[in-house]
Design a protein around this ligand. Structure first.
Ligand code: GDP
Length: 371
């Protein structure tokens, strides 16, 4: 990376570089002509009140998490309801110690209309507990659609006492969207919005002032490579990340039938009585049904074309699909989550053997039904 003779950003002090827009210290070449040079991130914060996330490595992120444990603070953990298990920070409590954690579950606007919110809340509570996350409170919201946001602010105010608030989350959960809303709605102190380097890392943290002299501190998003959204090309994200309420697709399948989700994943109903399966994935993603014995052939012949995304020119970047087998016993229902892609509900309790093929490294898990 070229760091242009170590010119420093006037805002946060990081060395300026002009090569990598998604890395720390990036500034467009034209910006170097100005009298004071600021990195694009500081420029945006200053002029548009807008945050953007710079991606840290895992070690840096853990250093920040552990430092939170060493002080008294409120931790706000943002997760994505569309990828709940995939976006949870495993072992959060090992790092943040005794500090209270408010779990903000974002993107509830994606759930199909006419969903019972209390039911979702109960489900989240149970899942959080099973995953070892102890919460002072759980709040459901949509940062993008401004749903439940007052509850978020109220809850933060109630639990923080007179402490700082640290906001943590994986990338793409909507942390920037949520923080931008906080800045716009609850802070008119644009000039005092500051970033400060975090000791021992290449990162800086953004401080949003609160009226009692404390701060909301935004930490960089952690990258989880077990989320499909982190593995695929950015151009394919718009197909995979839903931006409207999901319209579930219901398939009546006989055993030995398969479903393809673009070329990204495949679902085989291997054995069981004819039954229905409901797919909760982005409406923009096309699902193809085929016979199990033809599925390998179909994939080989049509990936990158009829089966897309990814498009043919970026197929090589996709890790090969690997199998995850599940047996759902008679009398049980469940959902199979493919982290970042969505989930497939096994509706009948007649028993089923299924196999999910997903890119190597992507988390695939059977869970109790959310809906
Ligand atoms: P960050 O990486 O956690 O900072 O996430 P961003 O704020 O950049 O959001 C990632 C993606 O999720 C963007 O495409 C946002 O538009 C989208 N997003 C954020 N919040 C919501 C939400 O409440 N609902 C929906 N549907 N999308 C959201």
């Amino acid at each position: 990376m070229t760091t242009d003779n170590l010119q420093k950003c006037a805002g946060c002090g990081v060395p300026i570089q002009t090569d990598a827009p998604d890395k720390l210290g990036y500034a467009p070449t034209a910006a170097l002509q100005k009298e004071t040079v600021t990195c694009q991130r500081c420029f945006r914060i200053k002029h548009y009140n807008e945050m953007s996330t710079v991606t840290p490595n895992q070690d840096d992120f853990l250093k920040i998490l552990s430092s939170i444990g060493a002080k008294k603070a409120l931790v706000v953990h943002i997760v994505d309801l569309f990828d709940f298990e995939g976006s949870l920070i495993a072992g959060l409590h090992r790092f943040v110690g005794q500090n209270p954690v408010v779990l903000v579950v974002n993107k509830i606007d994606l759930l199909p209309k006419a969903i019972n919110v209390n039911r979702i809340l109960n489900w989240v509570q149970k899942q959080a507990k099973e995953n070892g996350i102890r919460t002072s409170e759980i709040v459901l919201c949509s940062a993008k659609k401004n749903i439940g946001f007052e509850r978020v602010v109220e809850t933060i105010a109630r639990y923080r006492g007179d402490q700082d608030v640290y906001v943590v989350g994986a990338t793409n959960v909507g942390k920037s969207t949520l923080i931008n809303r906080l800045i716009h709605d609850y802070s008119d102190l644009e000039a005092e919005l500051t970033t400060s380097p975090f000791p021992g890392t290449t990162l800086d943290l953004v401080h949003i002032p609160l009226d009692d002299g404390r701060h909301i501190v935004d930490t960089p998003g952690i990258v989880y490579s077990h989320r499909l959204t982190e593995l695929i090309d950015k151009r394919d994200l718009k197909t995979v990340l839903p931006d409207k309420p999901i319209k579930p697709s219901v398939f009546q399948l006989n055993e030995r039938q398969s479903l393809f989700f673009g070329a990204l994943a495949r679902f085989d109903f291997v054995q069981g009585e004819r039954q229905s399966f409901t797919c909760y994935v982005s409406n923009a993603l096309t699902i193809h049904r085929t016979k199990l014995e033809k599925a390998d052939e179909l994939y080989a012949a049509h990936k990158g074309e009829m089966l897309a995304p990814p498009e043919a020119d970026r197929l090589d970047a996709l890790p090969p699909l690997v199998k995850h087998a599940f047996r759902i016993p008679k009398g049980r229902v469940g959902e199979v989550l493919v982290s970042g892609l969505g989930w497939i509900a096994v509706n009948s309790d007649a028993g089923a053997q299924i196999v999910v093929h997903a890119p190597k490294g992507v988390k695939v898990a059977l869970r109790d039904p959310m809906i």
